[in-house]
Design a protein around this ligand. Sequence first.
Ligand code: NOJ
Length: 553
Amino acid sequence: MINDLWYKNAVVYCLSVETFMDANGDGIGDFQGLQRRLDYLSGLGVSAIWLMPFQTSPGRDDGYDVSDYYNVDPRYGTLGDFVEFTHGAKQRGIRVLIDLVVNHTSNEHPWFQDARSDPKSPYRDWYVWSDKKPANANEGMVFPGVQKTTWTHDEKAKQYYFHRFYEFQPDLNTSNPHVQAEILKIMGFWIQLGVSGFRMDAVPFVISEKGAEVKKPKEQFDMLRTFREFLQWRLGDSIILAEANVVPKENLAYFGEDGDRMQMMFNFHVNQALFYALASADSRPLAKAINDTYERPATGQWGLFLRNHDELDLGRLTEKQRQKVFSEFGPDKHMQLYDRGIRRRLAPMLQGDRRRLELAYSLMFSLPGTPVIRYGDEIGMGDDLSLPERNCARTPMQWSTEPHGGFTKNDKPILPVISGGPFGFEHLNVAHQRRDPNSMLNWMERLIRMRKEAPEIGWGECVTLETSDQGVLALRYDWRNNSVLVVHNLHSTPVEVEFSVGLGDHGEKLIDIADGGNSKAEKNGKHTLLLDAYAYRWFRVGGLDYLLKRKEV
Ligand code: NOJ
């Protein structure tokens, strides 16, 4: 059923067309601007681009409120520009994934407008209605503090409609076969225009039973198989990357035990434990999260990330762990959001400390899965906490020292470019960093290369090693007779750490992938490493003799 497992060992770069590069000077990023920056992305070495929603939308939830699934929002260009872009990406060997937002539409979508205007409308049953306000209307809000309810009265329909998210995002009745057929049609459309798959928004809600009478909604997992099958009938190597923040015991239901549902899922569980590890210098909960989410079908893969366009959701940590992360990375109320998360970008959370940034990315790039980075992370971009909600971390890309960071020639960019202070475009921008071999950008390029050269991480078995210090995480990957070992020191101080590679004689010698230096085990078969504060080391396991033997050269 699968033609190519490219996503098992890829590096994904997520961006919003709106804030990446404005070519026509109207202050809004567009596909022509993105097209001009394809060489930059190719130089960085990414294997796939994930585009956040760019379809026609009133833009009240940054495009996650679609009003026409079959078009590009005119502010970003035309379908023609889109195809030029996918073609340009293909020429450079970069795949394109796009957001698929089908749990809900915009309330301005013609389907909803038709549905509300007449109970006999063929679209009425595309949404979820109730005559009375359901008793649980004040439960299950995704944006607590901002969103008041999940059922809103519609004057025209004279009924309440269900919305898991904001009131302008009515939920689609995804159990309706016509809605399901339409979802397939939408996927088929974009596949035809050159994409390699979708980041599917809010998957648990898409497949959840919906309705005023539903007390304990069940997930309709079969739907996932239907989506997957359709996609691969149309294009064998296309994938779905699911946004599903669920507890580990549910993971397999999303991947499908036989690997017949989602090819990829974001690993929210590891994401939260990773931030706790960075905040507390305790690697144990992270090691546990890695092990708890380890099981997946051979063709399944995790999407790993640090920060994304939403808040850093800490909802699955214990209260004590969550408070630790808040106190380290988002102590002020205005840095927090929805009672569960932090809305800042990574670099300001880590006070722009290069050592900590490198540690965080090296760790994320070497956990089991496929790393997903977000535009601007490669230069350590900051945030603007004066902007509301999640907009603070969605400011335009900082390209140069030109006005508005070279993002636009217009005086009024869609969102203000960060200016002044340590993260301002005046000295934090791509142009500067390209020229500086020691910049974050050039470091990131090297990290991407290193990750691509260690396919063991994407493909192999991962083993968590015991170390003499709980602040040091050591993981070994074994694949096709090769092993890679990654070691991270979470402490703010240097440590001497002892561990055994666990491969008997074969693990005696470690060769540093970055600087070629060696480490040899002592008589007891254990390695002792002296690690600087926040140090990270990637090793290939085995001396040359051993490697020659194992690699069948
Ligand atoms: C999840 C997206 O990541 C978020 O940005 C959006 O607001 C909701 N889904 C609703 O579509």
